[in-house]
Write a protein that binds this ligand. Structure first.
Ligand SMILES: *Cc1c(COP(=O)(O)O)cnc(C)c1O
Length: 327
């Protein structure tokens, strides 16, 4: 079967663990991605829902490799704390992800296809609650499915537009991987696509003058030998971005800078890219802001970063970072 695009392409087995009476159970595998849930579960009515996304890759020699699962486990714990969810223990998270990858090993796309097995861990409040309060019962799930490369031709560039909407509030959930942020991003993304753009670029929600990120990817700018990425309370700390910063610094000798980036600084960037687990790195061709268009000329350095990151993820080159784990 040829796996194309970022869609659900079926799964062999998923993993589910439950939290009840103050403790997580050990969880177990299940063949179904469907389960029964109360209509009045806090996740459904009030959005008590957090998630993660990571990938397993098929190496040239057939090994199955996971990329930085501990980083996802830690970030999920942070998300849980902010949403009053009991954090999923590191050992439970790693055990569940490894089990799911093992059960779905035959679904990991071939090395040549450049596809991967996308893994979606999540935690939701399942208790029936009428008033607004945190649930006391939760479900931790891990579901995996093969995905193709995010964009049809691999390294396509995209066009963005700014938006008057915000995906997150200044002191809200922007730095948390919560379902709520995605709910808030659906309409602005729809509007951007109606206008012929691929996605919208969110500005900082407080002043609307600085670059934050897109609905599902961080932003990186390249200026000479500098790798510049926004510092903001309302963006999600991307593990892809963090990995690219280390690659830029340690392997390419670039200067890595995290700071606020005024929107109009784009005109001085050589390259601008969107990065995340699903998209890897996607060059941004232009950013429209009302009547002004910022155009980017190159994607040379982004291409180099993309290839280095993918060669690490697919096990083509050994790395000293300790990122890649064989399952
Ligand atoms: C998940 C996510 C990203 C990308 O994070 P990775 O860890 O690189 O996958 C970026 N922005 C938002 C809003 C996200 O939810």
């Amino acid at each position: 079967m040829k796996i194309e695009g970022f869609k659900f392409h079926g799964t062999n087995k998923a993993f589910y663990a439950h939290y009840k009476n103050g403790a997580w159970d050990e969880g177990k595998l299940d063949t179904s991605i469907n389960f029964e849930i109360s209509s009045l579960a806090v996740a459904i009515q009030y959005g008590q829902s957090v998630f993660e996304g990571l990938k397993a890759y098929r190496a040239k020699d057939g090994r199955t490799l996971l990329f930085r699962p501990e980083a996802n486990a830690k970030r999920l714990q942070g998300s849980c704390e902010r949403l009053m969810i009991p954090p999923v223990p590191m050992e439970l998270f790693i055990k569940a992800v490894k089990l799911v990858v093992k059960e779905n090993k035959d679904l990991v796309p071939s090395y040549e296809s450049k596809g991967s097995l996308y893994i979606r861990p999540f935690v939701i409040g399942t208790e029936t609650v009428m008033g607004v309060r945190s649930a006391n019962e939760f479900l931790f799930g891990v579901v995996a499915t093969p995905v193709g490369s995010y964009f049809k031709d691999g390294f396509n560039s995209i066009r963005l537009t700014t938006t008057p909407y915000d995906r997150a509030a200044p002191n809200g959930l922007g730095h948390i991987k919560s379902g709520a942020n995605y709910a808030a991003s659906l309409y602005p993304k729809y509007l951007a696509q109606q206008q012929g753009f691929d996605d919208c670029l969110y500005l900082d929600p407080k002043t609307h003058t600085k670059i934050d990120e897109t609905g599902a990817t961080n932003i990186i700018g390249i200026k000479g030998n500098q790798f510049i990425t926004p510092q903001s309370r309302s963006i999600l700390p991307s593990i892809t971005n963090n990995s690219l910063q280390m690659i830029a610094d340690k392997l390419l000798g670039m200067e890595v800078i995290r700071r606020e980036i005024p929107l109009n600084e784009i005109s001085s960037f050589d390259e601008l890219g969107a990065c995340g687990t699903a998209a890897v790195i996607t060059p941004i061709e232009s950013v429209q802001d009302e009547n002004k268009v910022y155009k980017l000329k190159s994607n040379k350095v982004l291409h180099k970063l993309h290839d280095l990151l993918q060669s690490i993820q697919f096990g083509d080159i050994n790395e000293d970072f300790g990122w890649v784990i064989e399952v």
